[in-house]
Structures are given as structure tokens and as C-alpha cells.
Design a protein around this ligand. Structure first.
Ligand code: ATP
Ligand code: MG
Length: 335
């Protein structure tokens, strides 16, 4: 589509696979970390069920979606059943209860965009944020985890892209760049769009999992163990995929017209979603549709300044992947 779009990858691309895989391996959390998380969850669960016998705790975010690095904090959702509760009051109560145990820095942040209780557990060294009734995040966490089980190249690619975004300072939603969640959606979409495709579109398949959360119908095919080998007709390596990912976002993506959508496994037009104009603070300069909250654009944090920063970073990464003799150093250089 774009005249600058490259179709021809450098000849020595396969030489780079080992370095990308080594970076991926170095970021994977060790098994002990899972054990420590379970230990902290058990402690929190004990306190919560004592006060609210009907309530349940769920892990969400990077500690549960399989895209978390080692030494990550954990995100926990307290599900109260009743939707009509005063979240601030619950969080203040929860903070009180947890302060009485051996936990450090317990704070209720009731005015935050997503109100939470923060704390640090000195026994395991894990920090944690607890929110109330954010069940859509629990469900999209499951969707991401299910996708990651289909083809290992998703987890490899997403780790490399998240590591790049963190190194280059473009994983800061408060500065107008994208969340880790948005980057993972970009990776899933990218792998759905390869020919032959490396990932299927689970939401277009037979429904095997269905739940209604906050009036959003979430349904998709979650028997992913049946999809083993789905991507095997495509033999692209991690280095080729990293190259193609950056090349796509630097030179091929049509920012003016297209929305990426893992829900449909294809591109959707901005016009069809009525995302062509700025409404309030939503400028839709890069459009990433949430798989369940379809009116929600994960790119809405991006503004006139930060879209330039982002696109320049994609272009820089694409140049490095095409020409640099040693991309694994330059790509992740601190900004
Ligand atoms: P990191 O490793 O950077 O901590 P993370 O996977 O925890 O990454 P975040 O972007 O911090 O990613 O988001 C945590 C979780 O919150 C996501 O997995 C997702 O379930 C949910 N989430 C985050 N942002 C949104 C959003 N804008 N809309 C819906 N859910 C979101
Ligand atoms: Mg997180």
C-alpha cells in the first residue's frame, strides 16, 4: 500500500534468531515466582473470605496472561458479586484489614482512574495492586493466555516487543504511548494476518466459553488444546516476525483508515466504527479495538505529539532490523 513498504527482508535474517530467543528466555519468570504469587494470593484470600464470604479473588494482567516478565508486580481483582457496591468504601475496609497483617505500604488509592489498594508483601517480596469488580480485565487476561497457548511465537514476539517498548520509553500510557495490553493485541493481530496465519480468530469460531460481564457478552472458542499445530504451515522464525512487525507499523499500516481488531481477525475501517473524528479526548490516531469492549480504542491515550514519537520509534526499529549488523543491541538501547 505504501510505496516505502518493503517486501524484501535482509538476506542474513536467520542469523538473528538465536539472539532474540536468548533475550526471550532471559525475560521468562522462573517457576519459584509462581509459587510466591500463590502464597501471597492464599494470604489475601484468607483475609478477604473472612470479611466477605461471597467474594472471590482473581489474578489478571501480566502475572496471569503469560506475557509477564520476571520480577513483575501482580494485579488482583476482588470480585464482589454485587455490582452496586461503593468501591471506595470496600477498598478502605480492605486496606484496614490488610494493615493488621504483616504487609507493608498498604494504601487505598480511591481517587485513581482505576481505584486500588496497593501493598508490598515482605515475605515474598511481591508488590500488588488490588482493584474491585474489574471483571472484563480478568476475562481479557484469559483470552490473551489462551492465544499464547496456540503458538509459542506469540509469546516470543510479544516479549521482544514489550521489552523494546519498555527500553525505548513507549510503554507509558500517562505520556500518551501504549499499554502492554495494547502491544500484545498488536502482536496477536499481526500473527492472525500472516499468510498462512499463525493464529486463528477465536472469537469467530464456535463458542465454547461464554460469560456476560458488565453487559458485555464475551464468547469465544477456548478449547485451544485442540488447535495444537495451527500455525505449523507457516514456518516464519522469530527474527523474520520481529522484522515484519516493525516493517508493518513503520511502513504499511494505514493509520488514516484502519483499525486493528483481534475480534474479527482482520482490519476494520475507522469509518465503520465512527472513529474518524476526535470526540472528547479520543483522537483515534492509532486504532486498536478492545476484543470485548468494542467501542474502546486502546489507542485513545495517543495524542498529536506521542503519535509522532511512536511512529518514529517504529521507523527506527524497522531500519535497525533491516540494516544494523547487530540489531539486538541497538534495538533495545535505552532512549
Ligand atoms: P506489564 O508487564 O507492563 O505490567 P500488563 O500485562 O500487566 O503488563 P497492563 O497494560 O498493565 O499490562 O494491563 C494489565 C491488565 O489490565 C491487562 O492484562 C488487561 O487485562 C487490563 N487492561 C489494561 N489496560 C486496559 C484497557 N485500556 N482496557 C481494558 N483492559 C485493560
Ligand atoms: Mg501490570
Amino acid at each position: 500500500r505504501n510505496y516505502r513498504s518493503r517486501t524484501e527482508c535482509r538476506g542474513d535474517i536467520q542469523r538473528l534468531n538465536a539472539s532474540f530467543l536468548a533475550i526471550y528466555e532471559s525475560l521468562i519468570p522462573p517457576e519459584e515466582e509462581k509459587e510466591k504469587q500463590k502464597q501471597l494470593m492464599a494470604l489475601l484470600d484468607k483475609h478477604v473470605t473472612k470479611e466477605w464470604p461471597e467474594a472471590r479473588l482473581f489474578l489478571y494482567g501480566s502475572c496471569a496472561n503469560s506475557f509477564g516478565f520476571r520480577k513483575s508486580d501482580i494485579d488482583v481483582c476482588l470480585a464482589m458479586g454485587d455490582a452496586d457496591i461503593d468501591k471506595a468504601q470496600i477498598l478502605l475496609k480492605l486496606a484496614d484489614i490488610l494493615k493488621s497483617d504483616n504487609l507493608e505500604n498498604v494504601q487505598a488509592l480511591t481517587r485513581a482512574r482505576v481505584p486500588i489498594v496497593k501493598l508490598m508483601d515482605p515475605t515474598t517480596g511481591i508488590s500488588c495492586d488490588i482493584c474491585v469488580n474489574n471483571l472484563l480485565a480478568v476475562i481479557n487476561t484469559k483470552l490473551l493466555r489462551d492465544y499464547s497457548k496456540i503458538d509459542v511465537r506469540l509469546r516470543q514476539l510479544a516479549f521482544i516487543i514489550k521489552h523494546w517498548a519498555k527500553s525505548r520509553g513507549v510503554n507509558e500510557t500517562y505520556q500518551g504511548t501504549l499499554s502492554s495490553y495494547a502491544y500484545v493485541l498488536m502482536c496477536i493481530h499481526f500473527l492472525q494476518m500472516r499468510t498462512p496465519s499463525i493464529l486463528p480468530c477465536l472469537q469467530e469460531m464456535e463458542t465454547t466459553y461464554k460469560i456476560n460481564v458488565d453487559n458485555v457478552e464475551c464468547c469465544y472458542f477456548d478449547k485451544v488444546e485442540k488447535l495444537e499445530g495451527f500455525g505449523s504451515r507457516n514456518s516464519e522464525s522469530i527474527a523474520q516476525l520481529v522484522w515484519a512487525f516493525f516493517n508493518y507499523w513503520a511502513h504499511s499500516h494505514d493509520y488514516a483508515n484502519d483499525v486493528i481488531s483481534i475480534r474479527t481477525g482482520s482490519l476494520v475501517s475507522k469509518r465503520a466504527k465512527d472513529w474518524t473524528r476526535r470526540i472528547g479526548n479520543d483522537r483515534h490516531l492509532i486504532c486498536i479495538e478492545d476484543p470485548f469492549e468494542v467501542s474502546h480504542d486502546l489507542g485513545r491515550v495517543v495524542d498529536k505529539r506521542s503519535i509522532r514519537v511512536l511512529r518514529e520509534e517504529f521507523e527506527r526499529a524497522a531500519e535497525i532490523m533491516q540494516y544494523d549488523p547487530n540489531p539486538c543491541v541497538k534495538l533495545f538501547e535505552p532512549y
